[in-house]
Design a protein around this ligand. Structure first.
Ligand code: QAP
Ligand code: CO
Length: 174
């Protein structure tokens, strides 16, 4: 399956992703394609809507201390529901759908989610640190929310200006 990234300001990123109801080969094929796609594009998290499949599915693969990503650390999360959030933390986030822009975002620093795996089995996950941040970032995608939506008014303005300038430069070199 060939995947392509949907980039801001594409309106498709604003859709609400739909619940996964059928855990079939079609879903598995998508998940199997999302993982290598995320690694090749230097991502640590990817929601299905970012590759134009607005369903409540996401993959995460956090790097270890050496910055290496291992296939055994792949997390596939379907239909997640947040059941606990605690504390506050700030992290400089980026997003494959908002290339080359990074900015501090405030999130909860510890969360619990209920979710389903690729076979529809129900799971619970307690997360803190980078994993908790990544889960919140990816779950935002399911609601059509991007990390830039969580910036202060002035930082958002600064982003829009910088991003527009970058888009212009991109067009020139095409
Ligand atoms: C979400 O983000 C995230 O601009 C995943 O040029 C962010 O994988 C989770 C990326 C922060 C936890 C903390 C961004 C790759 C990847 C870019 C990503 C880029 C190339 C972002
Ligand atoms: Co993102």
């Amino acid at each position: 399956m060939k995947l392509t990234i949907v980039e801001y300001p594409d309106k498709r990123l604003r859709q609400i992703s739909q619940d996964v109801k059928v855990f079939d080969e079609k879903l598995h094929n998508l998940l199997d394609a999302m993982h290598p796609f995320m690694i090749e594009t230097n991502g640590i998290g990817l929601a299905a809507i970012q590759v134009n499949h607005p369903i409540r599915a996401l993959v995460l693969n956090l790097p270890d201390e050496e910055g290496e990503q291992h296939p055994e650390n792949l997390l596939e999360i379907i239909n997640p529901v947040l059941t606990r959030k605690e504390g506050e933390t700030t992290y400089q986030e980026g997003c494959l759908s908002v290339p080359k822009f990074y900015e501090d975002v405030k999130r909860s620093d510890s969360v619990t989610i209920n979710y389903q795996d690729r076979h529809g089995n129900t799971k619970t996950l307690d997360a803190d640190g980078l994993l908790a941040i990544a889960i919140q970032h990816e779950m935002d995608h399911l609601e059509g929310i991007l990390f830039i939506d969580r910036l202060s008014y002035s930082r958002r303005k600064k982003f829009e200006k910088e991003y527009k300038r970058m888009q212009k430069e991109k067009k020139k070199t095409k």
